[in-house]
Write a protein that binds this ligand. Structure first.
Ligand SMILES: [Zn+2]
Ligand SMILES: [Zn+2]
Length: 332
């Protein structure tokens, strides 16, 4: 029999219906194109050597010889642009703002044929450091209300360039689903005087059933109410509301753990498409006791359809405990 489960932090319900597809290895991707064989493509704007094909460099991390290791450029087809003043208008039922914000591409490596799962941990750490710097810059813009850092890996995840990259979009509004997460966290804090994410994390570590990997400062687990197979959250163990507040030591630790989890997915599920997104408060100096930042990782191993669209409720055909057990066993 299937089971409905609720994520206590987001209040999202999911239908866990494992009888429709029982085994974790049913989700190994079969139609996936392999990574490119060579580290350079003359048609790729993100490859080392093709720098002239992008807009002006926003930032770069370079090695001792001046060669870039991580490079940030404006998105060629930006969803939002950064020039001008905010213009908010309402007329009857129509409310609109001009498309101001930031849309940046973080090129994660000079090589075309790699992905974070295959990079050195030090390279993943550099990328995370760039995320931190970009986040702080973007949130410092008074027109910006929300900064979103995310990665699309593979076509099913919405990737348009094969070269390993992630993106930052800074928006002048906070969308309803983000606002709701914050409001739910505040309500939980009011009722229990503790952070809902800390509570969840403590429970997951105590039971261990859904834990995929753990490091000194972070833990990765498949959600009890995972919306799809292998839906994973990575949380800092110490209460921390903003991603930008991680220390150098925590960043190195996170890089190792994130890489490890991505390798488990890469080898265990044969390089499936995936998205990850960092959900964080904005890093104001005042301590925020109710919210806890996290990285949400969603391998694109199943498809969503009309029911999900209509109800916002997902059907997950793999038991989260089995997904976690499978990934724990993958050497990475
Ligand atoms: Zn490339
Ligand atoms: Zn917390």
């Amino acid at each position: 029999m299937s089971e409905l489960r609720q994520n206590i932090a987001t209040k999202e319900w999911v239908i866990i219906a494992p009888e429709r597809s029982n085994r974790p290895d049913d989700f190994i991707s079969r139609d996936r194109r392999p990574l490119p064989e060579v580290p350079y493509s003359d048609r790729c704007p993100f490859c080392a050597g093709n720098e002239a094909q992008t807009g002006d460099e926003v930032m770069a991390v370079r090695d001792g010889d001046g060669r870039w290791l991580v490079r940030v450029v404006p998105n060629k087809y930006p969803a939002l642009t950064s020039d001008g003043e905010l213009d908010y208008r309402e007329q009857g039922t129509q409310r609109r703002i001009n498309g101001l914000g930031h849309h940046l591409v973080i090129v994660e490596a000079p090589q075309h044929n790699t992905t974070p799962a295959l990079m050195e941990a030090a390279q993943v750490e550099r990328v995370l450091g760039v995320y931190q710097q970009l986040y702080l810059q973007a949130i410092g813009d008074p027109r910006v209300e929300l900064v979103t850092l995310f990665k699309n890996h593979g076509q099913r995840a919405g990737m348009s360039q094969q070269h390993p990259h992630s993106q930052l979009i800074a928006t002048p509004v906070v969308p309803a689903n983000v606002r709701q997460r914050v409001e739910l966290a505040i309500r939980y804090y009011d009722d229990h005087r503790t952070c809902v994410y800390c509570t969840m994390l403590a429970e997951e570590l105590r039971s261990g059933e859904r834990v995929v990997a753990e490091s000194q400062h972070f833990a990765a687990f498949v959600l009890y109410a995972a919306l799809s197979p292998f839906h994973i959250w990575i949380l800092p163990k110490r209460h921390q509301a903003a991603f930008v507040h991680i220390s150098d030591e925590e960043r190195a630790d996170l890089a190792r753990l994130l890489r490890q989890v991505l390798r488990k997915i890469f080898y265990g599920l044969e390089n499936p498409d995936y998205n990850f997104v960092i959900r964080s408060r904005d890093g104001q100096p005042r301590a925020v006791s109710y919210f806890h930042w996290y990285l949400s990782l969603v391998p694109r191993v199943s498809t969503t359809a009309g029911f999900e669209l209509a109800s916002g409720m997902y059907i997950n055909t793999l038991l989260p405990e089995r997904a976690a057990e499978f990934l724990r066993q993958v050497e990475a």
